[in-house]
Design a protein around this ligand. Structure first.
Ligand SMILES: [Ca+2]
Ligand SMILES: [Ca+2]
Length: 317
């Protein structure tokens, strides 16, 4: 039983490390129903996305706070585009006499939400106050949205920080991630809106076409667009499409080092005849020989004879 438990823990850890998440809350804009004010200090909505998450009182006052209390209170984050949200972390104000006010606060995800309107939004969690806990994590989400709205519980709504995580878009080996888009669904009719779920498969399609210099792929729409142009022409990404530029194709005689994503010479005794980003070297068959960086192998006899002839030629000239 203990062994099984530890194995499960290891698996969970591995899954976490395979999936890199990025907080994008700070790329958005925050607003709230109203902002509480004491003297010159205004507890603006933006305090919950200022990158400071300690939840302390004076002198920094690291939290947003509404004047309105109860379910009518809201705090709304609008992101620059629709993304797949994988995790949301809500950081609470730490002072014990105020921390309990987080009880019953509800987190919603939607597209283009407006303050106080939860129609068509998805409720992703309701926070239950735990004394001494400063961070509330809503993990393993897979909600598509451009808005995160937090609704009050029974008290005023105060948030030290809200972090919204999406998966980092990764391009396959031999392709590098660029920010932006080329207008339309692929260029030059190389292939547009191909229904392909795996980004790797979209890259394989691009590999097969020498004219293909980049592609756009969405994990959620499961669509792949092939481009004849290498770089994006627009500076904004289209929805959650990743723009991947073809960067490295190894020439025959070389292989792709997947760690460095650099082409390296095939070691002596091996060869690679093909061009490509996933090029590998194969061993020469028995009785054949190759020098470093070879695209083919030759018979030992003939090669050694040539070598001898070459030496003889050099020595007599
Ligand atoms: Ca903050
Ligand atoms: Ca496009």
């Amino acid at each position: 039983m203990t062994k099984l438990m530890s194995r499960l823990l290891v698996l969970l850890f591995m899954e976490q490390s395979l999936c890199d998440l990025k907080n994008i809350a700070r790329e958005g804009t925050a607003e709230q129903i109203d902002s509480y004010q004491v003297w010159s200090t205004k507890f603006l909505a933006s305090r919950a996305i200022d990158g400071i998450s300690n939840g302390l009182d004076a002198p920094a006052w690291d939290f947003s706070r509404t004047a309105t209390a109860g379910k009518a209170a809201w705090w709304l984050l609008t992101l620059p585009r629709i993304i797949v949200i994988r995790e949301i972390k809500v950081y609470n104000r730490v002072k014990p006499e105020y921390a309990h006010k987080i009880e019953g606060v509800t987190v919603w995800v939607g597209v283009g939400m407006t303050g106080g309107d939860y129609e068509e939004a998805v409720k992703v969690g309701t926070i239950q106050y735990v004394a001494g806990t400063n961070i509330y994590i809503l993990a393993n989400l897979e909600e598509e949205g451009s808005s995160v709205q937090i609704q009050g519980g029974s008290e005023v709504l105060q948030l030290a920080e809200v972090k919204v995580y999406r998966e980092i878009d990764v391009c396959p080996v031999g392709y590098s991630l660029e920010v932006g888009d080329i207008k339309g669904w692929g260029t030059a009719e190389l292939g547009s809106m191909l229904v392909i779920g795996l980004r790797e498969e979209c890259a394989n399609r691009c590999d097969a076409l020498p004219l293909c210099l980049s592609f756009e792929h969405s994990n959620t729409a499961k669509l792949c667009n092939l481009n004849k142009i290498a770089m994006p022409s627009k500076s904004q990404n289209y929805e959650d499409y990743a723009f991947c530029r073809k960067t490295t194709e190894c020439t025959p005689g070389n292989y792709m080092d997947s760690e460095t994503e650099q082409c390296k010479e095939c070691p002596p005794g091996t060869f690679n005849a093909k061009m490509g980003r996933k090029a590998e070297c194969s061993e020469c068959e028995a009785g054949k020989f190759s020098a470093a960086g070879s695209s083919s192998c030759s018979k030992i006899g003939r090669d050694s004879k040539n070598l001898v002839n070459e030496i003889r030629y050099k020595s007599t000239n």
